[in-house]
Write a protein that binds this ligand. Sequence first.
Ligand code: 5RP
Length: 229
Amino acid sequence: MTQDEAKRMAARRALEFVEDGMVLGLGSGTTSAIFIRELGEKVKQGLKVRGIATSSASQQLAESLSIPITNFNDCPQLDLAIDGADEVAVTPNHGLALIKGGGGALLREKIVESASRRFIVVADSSKLVPVLGRFPLPVEVVQMALPIVNRQLVALGLNPKLRHHPDGSLYVTDEGNVLLDCACGSIPDPAKTAADIRAIVGVVEHGLFLNMASLALIAGEDGVREVHP
Ligand code: 5RP
């Protein structure tokens, strides 16, 4: 089975959790894009849902599929958010602990997912890890604060690297910020790492999502596994 096939299986399973009338958080990344496309098919067949997207790319995709988009004025609480992850670990203290932001959308993702009654992760089995940290942890930073935030992340031993596009241009998020990807290696105490990063003025948000997801749908050779906190 290819990674793409596994992503499709996880995204399809997530559709089973969607009910008529729900307000949905629409994630970002390739697995979420598959979910949004599948959701678009259901909407075409008559399913009534509305969505709040976690990135302009996901919003454009949803709109192109005629999935109605709403906002926090009209819908301050969402029923269900579906999103991918770069890493998923089951931890004793932080439930399902995630690294997110590989696609650059961690800020809106955290906003949307924290405003949702339920958050389900969709991923292929390569994302399930015993300990977080193999994937570089993204940190979103206000541009003018970049040098001082970078210095403090270096001092914490987090090994930050400014994100660029493959063509060499600076990666700027939907909110106009930049990303420092921290190749910090194993993160044995994610809550401490999260607190250390959050304490730096100029950091907007980080990609550690702790105790937020209530279920991960992890697809691999043996089908889709439901991984609970
Ligand atoms: C975007 C994300 C994505 O959910 C994460 O990068 C996983 O992406 P993919 O489904 O393409 O593997 O956090 O900011």
